[in-house]
Structure formats: structure tokens, C-alpha cells
Ligand binder design. Structure first.
Ligand code: PLP
Length: 399
């Protein structure tokens, strides 16, 4: 049998379920108005929640970082790639999270995906450890748990009582509860205060992936722990930096001993070239904005846009999920219907991604609307008008 044919048959099977994904090429910086495949579109799809990806101060800091530190790091952190830029950024993250994590220290990694693999494989390195993983966790946490030597037990979405039963029944030597703080396809928050209380009662670690919270949650943008006012030496916090921070990479903040174990043992930290130091330098500018008056302003504008969308959208058959965050999912139902609505928006120059299984459960295909501080009220109104109009045309089909 032809090797290529076997691959093509897999691709045909994906296409037969309308699940083929297509890359779109952006010809302009990440911003609400973007040239995509040669056409200007108004997008509601990026996770650049504060609009920092194309912020002049962040771009200038990236340029300055490249001038000062060069283009690449040249090696992994433990060999020779750990630059002053990385060290200063890690120090700052350690300070930022120190009100919430006792003896906090931070580590900067190339991506959030790798940070999650690092935490779960290093903390979950032993077979007598158990990872308790929330059902709607991000793929990178699922993969991290799969790669760990620890056992894995999945608890139902948001179900603290079910988790408590699992923790009580477990005889594992070490227990790790792991959850997204903001669920990426639903926009709702995990019940972190209850989860932390449960973890403290059962002597478990609480690992929080704050990919969609860092920069946007909390008075000063420090994320979910600030938002809920949580504090414990047993929190392991992951903030990703390609979303609200507008650059890239991720940091892990935890008790200094946990971080030292990661430095010694976490393969996604050890066996990869350190991120370009210029990124770490640019992130200092992002943090200046996030933690300063402009960050407060941007978060307030974002919250106002969320309120505006919720007021203006009048779904009858569709369902806008209960979310107070910048992620506002509109559940359409079938894959074909969701694709039809996305195509209808696209015709009008509006870009909203349709999210299909397996990313979300079958029958809950949705438009994942994300709002950003760089959007205007008029742009949100335009999206709401288009969606209200499309919903009132049930027999519409893709041309
Ligand atoms: C995006 C995301 C990640 C991965 O972060 P990257 O820096 O993009 O690799 C991890 N967890 C969640 C919940 C995410 O949404």
C-alpha cells in the first residue's frame, strides 16, 4: 500500500465530518482590523485581550531587546542560553506573585504548552502520585498528564463534590489537582477558592493554568489568584504570555523548592533552546502596561465591551454561554450550522472562528467570540447586528 494514500485516507475522513481546518494568512499585525488572505477583516478571534501585541511600547522594547541581547539565545537555559533579560523577568514575576504564593519564585519557558508539560511531568514523575484533572482542561494539560508517570483521574467540569470524593478515595503518596482558571472554549471561571480549600484539606497541590486570566483578571492584572485573593505555598501558577501580555512564552510561579525541582528535572525546560532574550525584554514593557494605569483603563474598556455585547446580542435558538470574561462563546449546535454562521459573518468582513469537535463536545459547535481592549463599541455593535440578522435567517445556506 502506498504510504501517502494511507495519510490521504485519514484526511478524507476528517473532511467527511466537516472537520478540516484551514490556515488563514495574516498580512498585518495582530489587531482587531487585520488584512487576512489579502482582505481587510474585523476580527473577534485573537487572545490579545489587552491589545498589546501591536502596542508601540512593546514593539519598541522588543527592538531594544534585540539590539541589546541579539536575535537568539543560542542554547538551553542550563547550558549558556540564560540571559540577564530572562533572569530579570523571572525576578519580576516572582515578585508579582509573591502576595499569593509563599516564597514565590518564577521560571520563564518558551510556551504555555511547554510550561504545562514541565509542571505535570516534573511534579507527576512518580507512579505513586495521582493527578486530578478537570474535564475541560486545555489540551496541553491533558498531554502533560499523559506524559507524566503519575496516574490520572478526570473529574467532571466544575464539580467540587466529585473531586472531593476522588481525593478522599485516593491513597496516592502525592496528589495534584490541575485546572484551567478560565476555560478557553467556555469563558467561565473555575471555582478556585473551593478547589484550594479542598486541596489544603487533602494535602494536594493546586496547579492553575491562568492562560486567559493573566493580565486581565485582578485589579492590577496579576490574574486569577489576585482576582480571588488566594494565597498558599501549595499553588503552582502558570501564566501564558502570548495572550493578554501580547508577546509569547509563559511563566511558572511556585514555592522556590518547586521551581528548583523544575530546573533540575523538567524536560520541557531543560532540553530546549531558551526563548530569544528580546522576548523577555519586551515582556517587561507589557508588564509595565498591565500593572500601570493604562492596564486598569484597558481592562475597564474590555469589561464595558463584554457588557455591550451581552446587551446587544439577542439569541433565541443559539445560546450565549454565561461568561464574564473576554471569551464570549455563542453555541450554535451542529458543525454545519456553526460553519454557515461563520461563513455568513465572513461575507460581511467579520472574522469569528467556528469551534468544532473534538475541541468542544459534539452538538455544541460554537462561535468563539473574543473581545479585546483595542475593539471599539461600534465594532462590537456591528458584530451583534450581523449575528442577530443571521439568526433571523434560518434557511440561509452557504453560497
Ligand atoms: C493557549 C493556552 C495554553 C498554551 O499556551 P501557549 O503559550 O499558547 O503555548 C495553555 N493553556 C491554556 C488554557 C491556553 O488557552
Amino acid at each position: 500500500m502506498n504510504l501517502i494514500d494511507t495519510i490521504d485516507r485519514k484526511l478524507d475522513a476528517i473532511a467527511a465530518q466537516s472537520l478540516t481546518r484551514r490556515l488563514r494568512v495574516a498580512d498585518s499585525p495582530c489587531a482587531p482590523r487585520q488584512v487576512v488572505d489579502g482582505r481587510e477583516m474585523l476580527g473577534f478571534c485573537s487572545n490579545d485581550y489587552l491589545g498589546l501585541a501591536s502596542h508601540p511600547q512593546v514593539i519598541a522594547a522588543l527592538q531594544e531587546g534585540a539590539a541589546r541581547y541579539g536575535a537568539g539565545s543560542g542554547a538551553s537555559h542550563l547550558v549558556s542560553g540564560h540571559s540577564r533579560a530572562h533572569a530579570l523577568l523571572e525576578e519580576r514575576f516572582g515578585e508579582w506573585l509573591s502576595p499569593y504564593i509563599e516564597k514565590a519564585r518564577a521560571l520563564y519557558l518558551c510556551t504555555g504548552y511547554m510550561a504545562n508539560l514541565a509542571v505535570l511531568t516534573a511534579l507527576g514523575a512518580d507512579a505513586d502520585t495521582m493527578i486530578f484533572s478537570e474535564a475541560l482542561n486545555h489540551a496541553s494539560l491533558i498531554d502533560g498528564a499523559r506524559l507524566a508517570k503519575a496516574g490520572v483521574s478526570v473529574y467532571p467540569h466544575g464539580d467540587v463534590a466529585a473531586l472531593e470524593r476522588q481525593l478522599s478515595a485516593s491513597t496516592a503518596a502525592m496528589k495534584i489537582v490541575v485546572t484551567d482558571s478560565v476555560f478557553s472554549m467556555d469563558g467561565n471561571l473555575a471555582p478556585l477558592p473551593q478547589l484550594l480549600a479542598l486541596c489544603e484539606r487533602h494535602g494536594a497541590w493546586l496547579v492553575v493554568d491562568d492562560a486567559h486570566g493573566f493580565g486581565v483578571l485582578g485589579e492590577s492584572g496579576r490574574g486569577a489568584l489576585e482576582h480571588f485573593g488566594l494565597s498558599s505555598p501549595h499553588l503552582v501558577y502558570i501564566g501564558t504570555l502570548g495572550k493578554a501580555a501580547g508577546v509569547g512564552g509563559a511563566f511558572i510561579a511556585a514555592h522556590a523548592s518547586v521551581i528548583e525541582l523544575l530546573v533540575q528535572r523538567a524536560r520541557p525546560y531543560i532540553y530546549t533552546t531558551a526563548a530569544p532574550p528580546a522576548l523577555a525584554h519586551a515582556l517587561q514593557a507589557s508588564l509595565d502596561i498591565i500593572g500601570g494605569p493604562e492596564g486598569v483603563q484597558r481592562r475597564a474598556h474590555l469589561a464595558a465591551l463584554v457588557g455591550h455585547l451581552q446587551d446587544a446580542l439577542r439569541p433565541r435558538r443559539w445560546q450565549l454561554l454565561a461568561s464574564t470574561t473576554a471569551i464570549q462563546p455563542l453555541v450554535i449546535g451542529s458543525v454545519d450550522a456553526a460553519l454557515r454562521v461563520a461563513a455568513g459573518l465572513h461575507e460581511q468582513g467579520l472574522w469569528v472562528p467556528a469551534i468544532r469537535p473534538p475541541t468542544v463536545a459534539a452538538g455544541t459547535a460554537r462561535l468563539r467570540i473574543t473581545l479585546c481592549a483595542a475593539h471599539t463599541h461600534e465594532e462590537v455593535a456591528q458584530l451583534a447586528r450581523a449575528l442577530n440578522q443571521l439568526e433571523s435567517e434560518p434557511e440561509r445556506s452557504i453560497a
